[in-house]
Ligand binder design. Structure first.
Ligand code: HEC
Ligand code: HEC
Ligand code: HEC
Length: 377
């Protein structure tokens, strides 16, 4: 069931042909359709989305330009790809409109748009004219096909489709490893929406990480000869998210899944994580849950004191843990105290080079971080 959902989702995001069972295949109209000055191309506060995206957002210029660099040529050569700018193995994420079939291209459509409005908000044909109707509510717009990016689950699925899974042959050819993290990556994207509509902190972090684990499980379950780093990264993220079991009684738990990389475990993880991401995204999150998440994360010191675990595995766990602490501790609008920032920097330094990882030193740094927290001792 899940796989079918994912494929349907990918078909929408990446513009591939829809499933045979759907006859709904709206056209992509192009960013300029959104850009008139009375709409999203104005200078006003809530009308400047086109300018923010085209001038500041790396999604408009960089993804396609990257495919023309020497590094892309090198990756392409290793894979027998002649032109990365037109090969679907690269354009699927770096120039997704290139995959939209001719029949679904509107008049103003340009494949050079990079990751464009409709790559995230969905193809516009069915809702472009009506989404501004004053009598329409958010639910009416999403029913017409405007993707519900206010939902953290839907948002995570949108971003993760391009930000986590790189097929192993590409990784082996030198494509950078991708790490999806919804909260931090949402904060880095130049914001073209109103303050407050972007839920942040621990909830976004959790939904994003669970979606990332689902995608990793899916990749491992289907690839015959996965890149050797993938299984280690998967086990580490599963370990981390199992620390979140018990945050809330309505959330499914992951502790029943073994961290051994094996087909059955990948399949159990796909199902459990999809359900968890959905429920965590929809629930009313509380400050207490964020505090409990932080406590569970800093409570992992003993994992790094164990001498029986291979250091590289501990390094992968530590890497993921630090990324988590960085988001969960920055919850809310108040500034993180300087001494907490300093201890966090120290933790980041400890995971900079995985081959040199020192578990005991990391455990000490984690204990110091914990003591620096307000109320720590
Ligand atoms: C259709 C694919 C696609 C989608 C969907 C997408 N991105 Fe990206 N994004 C990219 C590509 C490709 C790059 C890399 C640009 C480059 O360096 O060539 C990128 C770059 C970024 C970067 C800067 C590099 C980094 O990792 O720090 C951030 C941040 C980012 N995206 C956040 C997001 C968020 C948040 C979402 C969801 C709301 C999202 N992206 C959706 C393809 C996508
Ligand atoms: C699953 C989506 C996806 C696919 C497919 C993909 N990329 Fe990427 N690529 C990304 C994202 C996202 C980034 C940004 C990583 C970051 O900055 O964190 C990236 C980064 C890169 C970079 C590094 C850019 C930099 O400035 O550091 C190069 C080079 C690159 N991609 C080339 C390619 C080539 C060539 C192909 C095809 C063989 C390809 N990519 C296929 C998503 C993808
Ligand atoms: C990389 C993904 C991405 C791209 C590309 C993108 N958006 Fe968005 N957009 C988002 C997200 C995430 C939100 C926040 C969801 C929310 O709160 O409604 C958003 C929100 C919006 C909003 C709601 C503003 C508000 O304050 O309620 C508008 C309007 C919008 N985008 C228009 C555009 C237009 C026009 C373009 C192209 C010029 C564009 N977006 C490109 C991801 C994207």
């Amino acid at each position: 069931m899940f796989l079918a959902t994912w494929i349907a989702f990918a078909a929408v995001t990446l513009g591939a042909e829809p499933l045979a069972s759907t006859n709904d295949s709206p056209k992509f109209l192009g960013a300029t359709s959104c850009a008139s000055s009375g709409c999203h191309g104005g200078g006003g506060q809530n009308q400047n989305q086109f300018h923010v995206w085209s001038l500041k957002d790396f999604h408009s210029q960089r993804p396609f330009a990257t495919l023309t660099t020497a590094r892309s040529k090198q990756i392409g050569d290793a894979l027998g790809i002649k032109a990365p700018t037109t090969d679907s193995r690269c354009t699927s994420c770096h120039a997704p409109l290139a995959l939209v079939p001719a029949a679904r291209r509107g008049e103003a459509f340009k494949t050079s748009e990079g990751v464009s409005c409709e790559s995230c908000h969905g193809p516009a044909e069915n809702w472009l004219r009506s989404h501004t109707r004053p009598d329409w509510r958010h639910a009416d717009r999403t029913a017409a096909g405007l993707r519900d990016l206010k939902s953290l689950y839907v948002r995570a699925n949108t971003c993760v489709a391009c930000h986590q899974t790189v097929d192993s042959p590409l990784l082996k050819a030198g494509h950078p490893e991708l790490t999806f993290e919804l909260d931090g990556q949402s904060a880095s994207q130049p914001r073209h929406w109103r303050e407050g509509t972007n839920a942040s902190g621990a909830q976004a972090w959790l939904v994003g990480q669970v979606a990332a684990l689902r995608e990793m499980s899916w990749q491992l379950s289907r690839e015959r000869d996965p890149d050797s780093r993938l299984a280690a990264r998967w086990s580490a993220l599963l370990w981390l998210l199992q620390r979140m079991d018990g945050l809330h009684s309505t959330l499914p738990k992951l502790s029943g899944i073994s961290g051994e990389p094996a087909q059955g475990n990948f399949e159990s993880a796909i199902k459990a994580t999809d359900e968890l991401a959905r429920r965590a995204g929809e629930m009313d999150w509380t400050r207490d849950m964020s505090r409990a998440a932080l406590r569970a994360l800093v409570g992992t010191e003993s994992t790094f004191r164990k001498t029986s675990t291979p250091a590289l595995q501990q390094a992968r766990q530590a890497e993921r843990l630090v990324l988590a602490l960085d988001r969960v501790v920055k919850e809310g609008k108040s500034k993180t105290p300087d001494k907490v920032e300093a201890k966090l920097d120290e933790l980041f330094k400890q995971v900079q080079s995985l081959p040199d990882f020192d578990p005991a030193a990391f455990a000490n740094a984690l204990a110091e971080f914990s003591r620096a927290l307000p109320g720590g001792n």
